[in-house]
Design a protein around this ligand. Sequence first.
Ligand SMILES: CC/C=C\C=C\CC(=O)SCCNC(=O)CCNC(=O)[C@H](O)C(C)(C)COP(=O)(O)OP(=O)(O)OC[C@H]1O[C@@H](n2cnc3c(N)ncnc32)[C@H](O)[C@@H]1OP(=O)(O)O
Length: 285
Amino acid sequence: MESSYKTLEIIRNNTDSSVFHLILNRPSHLNALSLDSFIELPKALSSLDQNPDVSVIIISGAGKHFCSGIDLNSLSSISQQSSSDDKGRSSEQLRRKIKSMQAANTAIEQCRKPVIAAIHGACIGGGVDLITACDIRYCSEDAFFSIKEVDLAIVADLGTLQRLPSIVGYANAMELALTARRFSSREAKDLGLVSQIFGSKSELDHGVTKIAEGIASKSPLAVTGTKAVLLRSRELSVEQGLDYVATWNSAMLISNDLNEAVSAQMMKRRPRFAKLIGNLVSGVH
Ligand SMILES: CC/C=C\C=C\CC(=O)SCCNC(=O)CCNC(=O)[C@H](O)C(C)(C)COP(=O)(O)OP(=O)(O)OC[C@H]1O[C@@H](n2cnc3c(N)ncnc32)[C@H](O)[C@@H]1OP(=O)(O)O
């Protein structure tokens, strides 16, 4: 697995494991997201998605904090950088830049495999954008969060305003985004932003890895299918969602995984499933 990234590190949990750690790795900058981060994140997600050895991905942060948001040193260069004197062309160029940064978080959401965020310390601004694109979130007691953008005179534009309401509800998302106030791990749990709080960073890493290994032991077709159907069902009526999953399962129930899961259950043994295969055509999810 390629791991020659400037801002990230990818580590396999152990040689037998299909759980991989994707670590935000700029601890000297509190894992602030630089322009390189936004280029490397989708590349890393795509390579993990393609790799048949990978079942579950855990995103965590190296050092004192999970993520201090956008790198404030690159923020002005993003907003002021333009290769044209024409305001219209400059605006169009900036729009495309923002969309390419959004794609980093969308790559998390569109990854076939479950992506779990393990958050400790600060998770600010762009960090919240990132975790709201993850499938499950856990944190340590010391974690704190802030949708900081309005304090920097920015409308949050990398996914929080679109994804957070379905996680914590519209009114809570509005209140947190308009006030930019800091909120604790306890409040994040009460809001449903995180599923569980662990006592410390090491307990978080250990506990989340155990949960990820549990998911990784299940049928990869059922796990990726569950993620895909839940994500799509967010945008559909119940009737449309039921229709979608009926069509999905009419293709998937014929898999070997069903027989293997049922016979393992009956024989009280652990099931053994074949790996997923990578995409034949790149860019297809
Ligand atoms: C197109 C636009 C797209 C996206 C926009 C996204 C918007 C956002 O992400 S808004 C949020 C931006 N982030 C922040 O405002 C956070 C600022 N940092 C802090 O509040 C604190 O540093 C902290 C994260 C709460 C951590 O506090 P503490 O542990 O006390 O460390 P510090 O002493 O404050 O910081 C140490 C060191 O790191 C530098 N630093 C912190 N955050 C950033 C950052 N986001 N970018 C660049 N550098 C950062 C800080 O300046 C310190 O540097 P020194 O050189 O050591 O002084």
